[in-house]
Design a protein around this ligand. Structure first.
Ligand SMILES: Nc1ncnc2c1ncn2[C@@H]1O[C@H](COP(=O)(O)OP(=O)(O)OP(=O)(O)O)[C@@H](O)[C@H]1O
Ligand SMILES: [Mg+2]
Length: 294
């Protein structure tokens, strides 16, 4: 009798092993598929940023995959904006690397990084408030415009044609986010939520390889947040790649493909929304802070 039980246990163990092996193979296959369909576009490797004695970002390594929404979350002061600033050229990392399609960005200036294919929005809205809504989008397009200093100087036909085309394209972007009726109003006259949308389309107007969004839902009401959720998915469907920092956990868990959690400058966890929600370290970090509990 005991032998039969033992045989059954052994048989069960064999089955479990076979199932585990199968799952492992599937995961490996899944990963290979992921690499192919969603290759890494942007990567930080061991990025550290110090301000005097304070280490704001501590050896942070993240990967942003093409055509996906990657999120960076963490309590206030975790270093999220500072990492964005290192990627977009506001700060030069104290150490570590920032790579866009394998090309080193660390040490480059903001405009060079923008030209290389990274655009961003800001936690504190950063629009040209007295310029019109349309002009703000056109500013975002300047890296894609071809005329140069000489054609500008002589206001050549090429320049005029390009301006007209840029205006038309900028208007299309405004239509896309429902801001076309405000095209000729000063950007500063828009509501807070609409200014955030304008920042997003200004970022998209340069046709970036990756757009970084720093708390796009901040200051939005619940209807605007729902619209933002739909808009981000639409942007993704257009083929764009998004790296987002956001405190609104409902939005993050709903839209993100992959999440990195920063805590006191260092990476605490990474994974799918389901994995992050179930991670005890993440729950403890958020319960200990003032942010929304996941
Ligand atoms: N220019 C700076 N000089 C000195 N310290 C700074 C500077 N910028 C950020 N810090 C500090 O670095 C740390 C990380 O700040 P950061 O703004 O990156 O956090 P965050 O994760 O974006 O927070 P929040 O969710 O509140 O926006 C904080 O302690 C902050 O005070
Ligand atoms: Mg921030």
């Amino acid at each position: 009798m005991a032998d039969i039980v033992k045989d059954e246990i052994l048989a069960q163990e064999e089955t479990d092993k076979a199932i585990a092996k199968e799952a492992e193979l599937q995961a490996a296959g899944g990963k290979a598929e992921d690499d192919k369909a969603h290759p890494v576009v942007l990567e930080t490797r061991g990025v550290t940023i110090q301000f005097g004695g304070l280490t704001a970002v501590d050896h942070a390594s993240i990967k942003v995959r093409k055509g996906l929404i990657t999120a960076l979350i963490g309590p206030n002061g975790a270093g999220k904006t500072t990492l964005f600033n290192a990627v977009s050229g506001v700060y030069i990392p104290t150490s570590g690397e920032v790579l866009l399609n394998g090309e080193h960005l660390e040490g480059k200036r903001g405009f060079q990084i923008n030209e290389a294919g990274i655009s961003r929005t800001y936690q504190v809205i950063n629009l040209f408030r007295s310029m019109t809504v349309l002009e703000n989008v056109m500013v975002g397009m300047h890296t894609r415009l071809k005329s140069n200093f000489w054609s500008d100087l002589f206001n050549s036909k090429k320049k005029r044609e390009e301006d007209a085309e840029a205006r038309e394209k900028a208007f299309e972007w405004l239509k896309f986010v429902g801001l076309d009726e405000y095209a000729n109003s000063p950007a500063g006259s828009l509501s807070y939520g609409k200014q955030r949308l304008l920042e997003i389309v200004r970022g998209l107007a340069s046709d970036p390889q990756v757009i970084l969004l720093d708390e796009p839902a901040a200051g939005m009401n619940s209807t605007e947040k729902l619209e933002l959720d739909a808009l981000l998915k639409q942007i993704l469907n257009m083929g764009y790649t998004i790296l987002i920092v956001e405190h609104d956990m409902k939005l993050i868990m709903n839209i993100s493909d992959y999440i990195y959690v920063l805590y006191h400058g260092a990476l605490l966890a990474e994974g799918t929304p389901e994995e992050i929600q179930a991670n005890p370290d993440v729950i403890a970090a958020y319960l200990g802070g003032e942010d929304d509990v996941i």
